[in-house]
Every structure is written in C-alpha cells, then in structure tokens.
Design a binder for this molecule. Structure first.
Ligand code: AR6
Length: 286
C-alpha cells in the first residue's frame, strides 16, 4: 500500500473533494501497482469513457491512485481524462459499487462481481489475445464474409482444413477448433439464425448459440472468451434485440457456472458499441 502524504496542489478542488480523497487513502484505496502496464489500460478509458460505468473496484482504485499521486497524474494519460471531466464518472461508479457493498453487507455482491466478468469493447475480434474467440459462422463451417471471413483470413488455411473435418454445424449449435495464426488459442464456431421477422424461433436459436458456445468454453477450461454480435450482420438480426439476448444469456450462464472468468462482447463500429453499452446499463439497473 502507498503511504506517501497526499498532495493535491496545484489542483484546487473543493474542501469536500479533499476530504473525500483523504477518506479514500485512509481506507487503503490508494494502492501500488504496475504503472507501465496501467498506461495502456488507462488509455482505454480515455478512448471509451463510457467504460467507466462498468469499471470494477480494482480499476477504480488504480484510477484514484493515479489521480492522488500527482506526478503520475500530471504527466500521464489521466491528466486529459480528468480535464475532460471524467473524474465525476469515476466517482459515480464508485458510489454505485459502494452502494452495492452497503446493501449486500459483504465486500462486493455476487451480482456486481458477475457484471464485472462482462466487458464491452469496440474493435476487431481477430486481434484479441483471449483464450477463445467466437465465430459467427454458417452451417457449412467453410467460411464466408463478415467476421467469419476475417477470422479465416487471420487464422490461415489450417483453420479451413480443421473446419472441413467437422463437417457441418446446425443453427444454434457450436463447434470448436484451434486458433492457428490467431492470437486466440481457440475458435468456437456457432451458427446464428437468419432473421425472418422474429416469429421463427430466432430469439431462442440466438440464445442457444451463446449457451452452446459457453458450454464448450467451460469444457475446454477457457477462461477468457470474446463474442461478436452473432447474426447481426449478413443474417440481419436487429442489433438491440440481439444484444439483449446476448447479455441476458451470458449473465445467466455466469450465474449458473464458475467459468469462463471473463466474457468480452466485441462490437464492430460505434453504433453497435453504443447499443451494447446502453443495453448493459439497462440490464444492470434492473
Ligand atoms: N470483429 C468483430 N465483429 C465483426 C467483425 C470483426 N472483425 N467483422 C464483422 N463483425 P456477420 P452473421 C460484426 O455478418 O450476421 C458470414 O458470411 C458485424 O458488424 O459476420 O451471423 C457467415 O459465413 C456484425 O455486427 O455474421 C455467414 O454466412 C457481427 O459481426 C453469415 O455471414 C456479425 O456479422 C453470418 O451472418
């Protein structure tokens, strides 16, 4: 734990703020950690400040420690962040977590722990260093466009060879292969439903994709898994409806099982990302 005296000058915050920071340090909220790797992590919050609404308690500790330790705070990424007014968001998130703590009378409630296992990011799933990425495939498993095409391109021809041996995969089911040239060790191929207006079992089939993928992940002791927004591209499933199903299914699975440890929803583009964040927010407030 850091024990240095807190120096907030030249940042002239209010008396109330000063008291708040002092309380935090008394509560051991100021911690030691690896500053170098933290720079990258902190950068995510600058690019996507909305992530603050989902930050876990150790991230908040780092954010606040960075802030309290003025010299890092001035020279590093955090300066921009605080100047852009996101510090309030950090405090708000802290307040939410603290309310949970008080309500549950435990360190952190099971529910908030579970929500911390879910992460939403924007990006290209093929770049992720996770144990497994999920592919929104078609039932032939022989590749196609969208995320399927991107995964096959990045993994190389060996992936296609292994997929060929698997033969087919039915809608709502999942099969696993190695990741070959991908940073991810495994690829879980699942086939989402084609959207036909919503009255042809599409919701249940999509939910089944998430359940089967997570079941395979558990069998293969996969700790971190990333999902694209299955069926929302070529297959035309409406994004908001699909993201509600995705979040609800993952939440239920994490509630009923001890693994995987981390589930990442990878959104391709700003509007998908905004949608997931909004749906996740609504879900946590329920
Ligand atoms: N990383 C993350 N998400 C991506 C990426 C990427 N690199 N590329 C696209 N997405 P889609 P589907 C998003 O069409 O609707 C294929 O041809 C995309 O923006 O890939 O399940 C298959 O072979 C969208 O939100 O999959 C099938 O024939 C989501 O991934 C068919 O498409 C899913 O879009 C499957 O259609």
């Amino acid at each position: 734990m850091q024990t240095e005296p807190l120096t907030l000058d030249p940042f002239c915050y209010s008396e109330k703020f000063h008291r708040f920071i002092t309380t935090l340090s008394e509560e051991n909220f100021v911690i030691s950690f690896d500053w170098v790797s933290w720079q990258n992590e902190a950068n995510r919050f600058i690019t996507y400040p909305e992530l603050l609404t989902l930050a876990d308690i150790s991230t908040l500790q780092k954010l606040l420690t960075t802030h309290v330790r003025k010299e890092r705070f001035c020279s590093g990424y955090m300066a921009n962040m605080i100047e852009n007014g996101h510090f309030l968001a950090i405090l708000k998130r802290l307040q939410v977590i603290r309310t949970n703590i008080i309500l549950e009378k435990t360190d952190i409630s099971d529910e908030s722990n579970m929500m911390q296992q879910i992460e939403i990011i924007q990006g290209d799933i093929t770049q992720l260093q996770v144990d497994a990425i999920v592919n929104a495939a078609n039932s032939s498993l022989l590749g196609g466009g969208g995320v399927d095409g991107a995964i096959h391109r990045a993994a190389g021809r060996e992936l296609l060879e292994e997929c060929r041996q698997l033969r087919r995969c039915e809608t709502g089911e999942a099969k696993i292969t190695k990741g070959y040239n991908l940073p991810a060790k495994w690829v879980i191929h699942t086939v989402g439903p084609v959207w036909k207006g919503g009255n042809y079992g599409e919701d249940e089939l999509l939910a089944s994709c998430y359940r089967h993928s997570l079941t395979l992940a558990e069998q293969y002791q996969i700790k971190t898994i990333a999902f694209p927004a299955i069926s929302t591209g070529v297959y035309g499933f409406p994004m908001e409806r699909a993201s509600k199903i995705a979040i609800a299914e993952v939440h239920q699975f994490l509630h009923d099982h001890n693994s995987p440890e981390q589930v990442i929803f990878v959104c391709f583009g700003q509007s998908a990302y905004d949608c997931y964040l909004r749906v996740m927010q609504e879900f946590t407030e329920k």
